[in-house]
Write a protein that binds this ligand. Structure first.
Ligand code: ZN
Length: 258
């Protein structure tokens, strides 16, 4: 399997990163795409990839950090995106749930990153929370110029899912789907994702699947938990876990060109 989204530069991995990566490999997670969330963090992610052969990363600025996005950020990212180990632009998008950056700052940073994706022809790694109505038109406007993308950690409704699929985007499913309350709607619509658009991710160290048992349930989330998410998705879609693993690896390789 390949975990398409793990925040391995997070402080919570400072002490046990090598252990976490080794454990992932023993649990059949052969590759991990490390999420970049701001400029410094994307640079850290790249350094990590360059010292671990099983890792790739994204480079970009999360909507929470959009206020930090300026022309210098833009130019630095444009240069970084030439690196082979950086396989996507992002995470980028809009998050009106908490507005850590103002909506205007978020719109600016997002569109600039869509232009970066146009320039480098690498896919976009999208984040969106409570901002579908603003995010969608921008994506639509640039869709013909960008080389695909994934709506990472999709948690929206049926209408939003179908609209993203209509833009021919991939859908990233996390352990959110294991949540018996928050994940209810997602559980009922995960069947609508075609085999060739499904991707899986942990979003470690966040979103520990609530269906895990024992000490894993209480611990931070790790890429080694990806197989559990694949199992739950398989049960909901009435497909074998082997099938979920097979299609998601194929989709990951195709989208990120790895
Ligand atoms: Zn995100």
């Amino acid at each position: 399997m390949i975990d398409i989204g793990a925040n391995l530069t997070n402080k919570r991995f400072e002490k046990d990163l090598d252990l976490v990566i080794d454990e992932a490999i023993t649990q059949d997670v052969s590759n991990i795409i490390v999420t970049g969330t701001d400029l410094a963090n994307s640079q850290a992610a790249l350094a990590l990839c360059n010292s671990h052969t099983s890792l790739y990363c994204t480079a970009g600025v999360h909507p929470h950090d959009a206020s930090s996005y300026n022309e210098e950020t833009h130019q630095t990212l444009a240069l970084m995106l030439k690196e082979e180990n950086i396989v996507a632009v992002g995470e980028c998008g809009l998050d009106f749930n908490r507005n850590f950056s103002t909506p205007d700052e978020q719109l600016y940073a997002f569109e600039k990153q869509l232009l970066l994706a146009t320039g480098c022809q690498k896919p976009v790694f999208l984040h969106e929370r409570e901002a579908f109505d603003a995010q969608y038109p921008l994506l639509k406007k640039h869709r013909d110029n960008i080389n695909g993308g994934v709506v990472h950690c999709f948690t929206g409704n049926k209408h939003e899912l179908l609209e993203y699929l209509a833009l021919d985007l991939y859908i990233g499913i996390t352990g959110w789907i294991c949540d018996e309350r928050r994940g209810k709607e997602l559980q009922s619509i995960v069947t609508l994702i075609p085999d060739n658009r499904l991707l899986i991710e942990t979003d470690s160290p966040y979103l520990t699947p609530r269906t895990l048992t024992g000490k894993r349930k209480k611990a931070k989330n790790v890429p080694a938990n990806l197989g559990h998410i694949a199992e739950i998705i398989g049960e909901l879609r009435k497909q074998s876990v082997g099938h979920i693993k097979e299609i998601t690896v194929k989709n990951t390789r195709s989208l990120f060109n790895i």
